[in-house]
Design a protein around this ligand. Structure first.
Ligand SMILES: Cc1cc2nc3c(=O)[nH]c(=O)nc-3n(C[C@H](O)[C@H](O)[C@H](O)COP(=O)(O)OP(=O)(O)OC[C@H]3O[C@@H](n4cnc5c(N)ncnc54)[C@H](O)[C@@H]3O)c2cc1C
Length: 381
């Protein structure tokens, strides 16, 4: 652990004040006091923070808060834990997509923070246990895109366009990018984060939360990382499932990823087999494997990588991406049982939860700091 780079223990993300959306901008502009070591806060009794959700977003956020804000006692509650969450089956490749209403500079920061954090793990002795590795490959396009260089091209390693001779292997595609990114296998990474969280003093409890009200007597700040569960827990009707089915293949000879830029067909070699996919069925809540989908995935992937016809199918899996027009990384004050309780939301990452988890977790820490300042001010009144 000691060889890993930790984020600074000081006002998280102060340098990025200008990156926040309108609501968060207002919140962060007057945010300047260092909280750790603040004598006023030291006089306060420990602040009880609860994180709801044990997926990659919940555990990333819980670790960031527990490590950055020792004044907080952090408890993580969740109905389900690894290996039963969406996060566990995600291919875990770090390739961002663009969200329409979030400033690009903020999305870039989310990705950069996540990439740098996982890159440090991939270069450490923790890499096998955490399931984090470098992964090189190509993203191919059936039509030449308007923007050939995405906003993240300088954040991954060795980004370049594919040459004509490299593209010959894919006769249905006209353009391609090749680069090295990271693959983070959450079935290993989330349990590894859980250990790190407990080491930082965090508590973990299995429990379904039926409403935020239930938590308001026992906790001072609620952090909501309940993924698709936020539809009911936070009453968020903008959240919807995008069903994804994947197959795990035994094909150790495949070393490079191949992704069709439409996001429908991909081949991602990993530590425990090659994940191939996929489907993107909006509003589809089915968690059962669909054999028609499995056949279509195999056909599409074998067209890109013919040797897959010789590979053994190890398993089939379905997950529901917690999708929204934009992820919700925001703070609000809720009136719960007659008192105003700060709630920090961090959910709705769609197909990019692994790609953005650490970055949005750091943003959530900034929002928790803001809540602490308000609690501090209230305690003085
Ligand atoms: C097929 C597929 C492939 C994917 N590939 C990638 C990829 O390559 N790269 C990438 O970045 N992303 C990928 N994703 C997306 C990624 O899996 C998600 O964005 C991510 O897992 C979301 O994490 P989460 O923690 O928000 O949700 P989850 O993992 O679903 O966790 C939600 C947690 O909240 C808890 N919860 C919910 N409601 C309640 C409640 N009321 N009370 C208590 N607990 C509650 C649940 O029990 C669970 O612990 C993929 C997804 C799928 C389906």
């Amino acid at each position: 652990m000691s060889s890993l780079k930790r984020f600074p223990v000081g006002p998280a993300r102060q340098t990025n004040k200008h990156l926040f959306s309108v609501q968060s901008q207002q919140e962060n502009n007057n945010y300047s006091l260092p909280l750790v070591g603040d004598p006023e806060l030291s006089r306060m009794k420990r602040v009880r923070v609860v994180v709801v959700g044990a997926g990659v977003i919940g555990f990333s956020t819980a670790v960031c808060v527990a490590e950055a804000l020792p004044i907080c006692s952090v408890t993580l509650l969740a109905e389900k834990f690894s290996p039963d969450n969406t996060s566990d089956g995600a291919a875990g490749i770090l390739i961002p997509t663009e969200f329409p209403d979030i400033p690009l500079v903020r999305q870039r920061q989310w990705f950069k923070d996540s990439f740098d954090h996982l890159l440090a793990i991939s270069h450490s002795q923790h890499s096998p246990e955490a399931g984090v590795m470098l992964s090189s490959g190509r993203q191919i396009f059936k039509e030449v895109p308007d923007y050939k260089k995405p906003f993240w091209s300088e954040l991954v390693i060795g980004f370049r366009f594919m040459t004509d001779s490299e593209l010959k292997q894919f006769p249905d595609h006209k353009f391609g990018q090749t680069f090295t990114t990271i693959k983070c296998e959450c079935s290993s990474y989330v349990p590894w984060l859980e250990k790190r969280f407990k080491k930082a003093g965090g508590l973990v409890q299995q429990r379904k939360v039926n409403s935020f009200q239930e938590l308001s007597d026992s906790y001072d700040i609620i952090i909501n990382c309940s993924g698709l569960g936020s539809r009911t827990l936070a009453g968020d009707n903008q959240l919807y499932p995008v069903r994804g089915q994947v197959l795990k293949m035994e094909a150790p000879w495949l070393q490079h990823f191949t992704r069709d830029a439409d996001g429908m067909t991909y081949i991602y070699p990993g530590i425990h087999g090659v994940t191939i996919g996929g489907t993107r069925q909006e509003g589809d809540w089915r968690l059962q494997v669909d054999e028609g989908d499995a056949k279509s995935i195999l056909e599409r992937c074998t067209r890109l990588e013919p040797s897959l016809s010789k590979a053994k199918v190890l398993s089939k899996w379905v997950g529901l991406r917690p999708s929204r027009r934009n992820p919700k990384v925001e703070r609000e004050l809720l009136q719960l049982k007659g008192r105003r309780v700060p709630v920090v939301h961090n959910y709705g990452h769609g197909g990019c939860g692994v790609t953005l988890a650490w970055g949005t977790a750091l943003d959530a820490v900034g929002l928790v700091r803001k809540c602490l300042q308000e609690i501090s001010v209230q305690s003085k009144l």
